[in-house]
Design a protein around this ligand. Structure first.
Ligand code: CP
Length: 314
């Protein structure tokens, strides 16, 4: 039986197949909690979680907050603009001061790759990476993989195409690490300026042609154009990107009849996806969001070191 011995969750690169499956299976047992009239279990009673976000977020931040509250943990939110960091305090000093208040888990989003890793080395509290620059977003990939497994009943041998701004995407990187470990075939599709050199070393098929990525795919995971991370124009115009790489119902004619349409959000409607596809019958985008709470409950529960506890989750 797999045990969870890690202090932190920083990325899927370092996790084994069994550790990933252990998180997914633990999330299965928490999914039902969110369907109850009283959405609460005592699993993390007495634990304190801090959401420490240096970049905007809707889904991840709310999802961690709900997950912590449904596990009966106490949670506070700190964002950089309302913290003493605007007065010049360093990240390390801020984190150490938070830790001095006896915090158990720090959930961190930061624009710099490696920032949560640095924090994890500096504090005794557990650290969960909620997205570090263009490096990793492990809980997003876990909820994506959880949703694929829920809908397709397997992961081994599935064809998953990740389409869009691969170069700037932490979601793509974490999905590739996780999906490859679980036996899926991964294709990445992007215009050449948004395809990072050497990405095929991660074991993925690459294509610049959208039709090739759509044909035969069981899942299309469409990424957001990260205009805020692009230092120069990576595509002549957004309109041309939408014509070449945006998914609309016309391009979906090349897709399998039971294809899943996924997107981590936030969606640029009319750029990566047309509204009829985003809200259409193949879309599982809101299922991803729902599953995110169960996955984050599982991660908080395992990180908090309670699986061996007598306290049941119901
Ligand atoms: N998918 C995701 O990370 O969304 P947020 O930026 O809203 O957290």
């Amino acid at each position: 039986m797999v045990e969870w011995n890690r202090k932190d969750l920083l990325g899927l690169e370092e996790l084994s197949k069994d550790e990933i499956l252990f998180i997914l299976n633990t999330a299965e047992s928490f999914r039902e909690v969110s369907t109850r009239p009283i959405k609460k279990v005592p699993a993390l009673r007495g634990k304190t979680v801090v959401n420490f976000f240096f970049e905007p977020s809707t889904r991840t931040r709310a999802s961690f907050e709900l997950a912590a509250k449904r596990l009966s943990a106490d949670i506070i939110n700190i964002s950089v603009n309302s913290s003493a960091m605007v007065k010049g305090e360093t990240l390390k000093d801020t984190a150490r001061n938070i830790e001095a208040m006896k915090v158990d888990i720090i959930v961190m989003r930061h624009s710099s790759p490696g920032a949560p890793h640095m924090l994890a080395r500096s504090v005794k509290s557990s650290v969960i990476n909620a997205g570090d620059g263009s490096h990793e977003h492990p809980t997003q990939a876990l909820l994506d993989i959880f949703t694929i497994r829920e809908k397709k009943k397997k992961l081994e041998g599935l064809n998953v195409s990740i389409i869009g701004d691969i170069a700037h995407s932490r979601v793509a990187r974490s999905n590739i690490w996780g999906l490859k470990k679980l036996g899926a075939n991964v294709t990445v599709c992007a215009p050449s300026t948004l395809m990072p050199p050497g990405i095929e070393k991660l074991g993925v098929r690459t294509t610049y042609k959208l039709k090739e990525a759509i044909e035969g795919a069981d899942v299309l995971n469409i990424l957001r154009m990260q205009i805020e991370r692009q230092s120069e124009n990576m595509f002549p115009t957004i309109r041309e990107y939408a014509i070449e790489y945006g998914i609309d119902s016309e391009k979906l004619k090349y897709a399998k009849k039971d294809v899943l349409i996924m997107h981590p959000g936030p969606i640029n409607r009319g750029i990566e996806l047309t509204p009829d596809v985003a809200d259409g019958p193949y879309s599982v985008i809101l299922d991803q969001v729902t599953n995110g709470v169960a996955v984050r409950m599982a991660v908080l529960y395992l990180i908090s070191g309670r699986p061996e506890s007598d306290e049941s989750t119901d």
